[in-house]
Design a protein around this ligand. Structure first.
Ligand SMILES: Cc1cc2nc3c(=O)[nH]c(=O)nc-3n(C[C@H](O)[C@H](O)[C@H](O)COP(=O)(O)O)c2cc1C
Length: 322
């Protein structure tokens, strides 16, 4: 059976499956394994350098030593500071120099990324949760959209997969379903709705190639959809996590000072910066320590169909088998 879609044609890959970028879970072996299995793994620069301790260029070269197939890069392009923008520009340029030709942009206006990437014939997909962001992406010239729905791990969107597809279909760009896909049934359902492919996150954490702590993987295998809750305490906007001992203890609402700061026009930016710095550290620590007593474990509702830790090749074989 062939799974040829506009996504596989644009990226020159066998299967319409993107291994979504994940801070802090995207270790090089995981990214490479998704590409090697016929999909495309997307590297996450902060995860690669800060969590997994690679020099950025050396990290990309390491991934490319594990697979000769195409890989992608996630560019979070929020205009938070000049220093961050300069760093992101450098990361994109190095990725291009190292032969990366697929970019997934999140937040911000992706026009400058499209301009750079198109010079070498690359492809840019933009993360969107609703039509207004999709129109901005279209205007910026992106080649496709990652439609992040309400089932997704990480920052989920407000719409279910079908509703989001209907809202975006007439825009005319290939749409990728991000959220809720972890087995053959959910994969086929996304393609039947009309999506050109899927982007998976949660399923790929419970794999042998992911270097997350075994307790985190076990929590994903054991969790039901009802164990996934949205917490504001990580970044100030809702993030899907497993309700473990820690989350049960500290709750999911931002504290009163944080809430007050998030309401003010100026203080909002400070609070977001504080959140960004503390949550990066906390998530990095949670990846390795296990136990769940002091850990945030991000995961989406697709945990429902995950019942074993498997090699990535087996996850993808089962999803795409007849
Ligand atoms: C632990 C975790 C971390 C994530 N980090 C990022 C990230 O850094 N950048 C990004 O664009 N998406 C991120 N995502 C979203 C995924 O790339 C993907 O779109 C999402 O997980 C799809 O939903 P699923 O978890 O139901 O498969 C993350 C998701 C998870 C579960």
């Amino acid at each position: 059976m062939t799974f040829e879609t506009p996504l596989t044609r644009q990226l020159n890959i066998d299967l319409p499956i993107i291994g979504g970028a994940m801070y802090p879970c995207s270790n090089p072996e995981l990214v490479a394994a998704v590409s090697e299995a016929g999909g495309i793994g997307v590297l996450q620069p902060i995860s690669l350098t800060y969590v997994h301790r690679y020099d950025y260029r050396a990290g990309i070269r390491f991934i490319r030593s594990l697979t000769s197939k195409p890989i992608g890069m996630n560019a979070l392009i929020e205009q938070s500071s000049k220093t961050y923008h300069a760093r992101m520009t450098q990361w994109i340029d190095i990725a291009l120099e190292e032969g990366v030709r697929f970019f997934v942009t999140s937040l911000g206006n992706p026009r400058w990324v499209v301009e750079r990437v198109e010079q070498v014939g690359g492809v840019v997909y933009h993360d969107v949760t609703e039509r207004k962001w999709a129109m901005k992406g279209l205007d910026a010239g992106v080649h496709g959209l990652i439609a992040v729905n309400s089932e997704a791990g990480g920052h989920a969107g407000p719409r279910d997969p079908r509703r989001l597809f209907e809202e975006l279909a007439d825009i005319g760009l290939p749409l990728v379903c991000a959220g809720g896909v972890s087995d053959a049934a959910t994969f086929r359902n996304a393609l039947a709705i009309g999506y050109a492919g899927v982007q998976m996150g949660t399923r790929l954490i419970a794999t042998t190639e992911c270097t997350a702590h075994d307790d985190y993987k076990k929590a994903i295998v054991d969790a039901a959809a009802s164990d996934i809750v949205l917490t504001e305490r990580l970044t100030g906007v809702p993030v899907a996590v497993i309700r473990n001992e820690y989350v049960s203890r500290i709750g999911t609402k931002a504290g009163p000072i944080a809430r007050w700061m998030l309401r003010g026009r100026k203080t909002k930016h400070w609070m977001r910066t504080i959140y960004a710095l503390t949550s990066l550290r906390k998530l990095k620590q949670s990846l390795k320590t296990g136990s769940g007593r002091d850990d945030y474990w991000q995961a989406g509702r697709s945990v429902a169909a995950i019942d074993a830790v498997l090699p990535v090749s087996e996850v993808i074989r089962r999803m795409t088998a007849d």
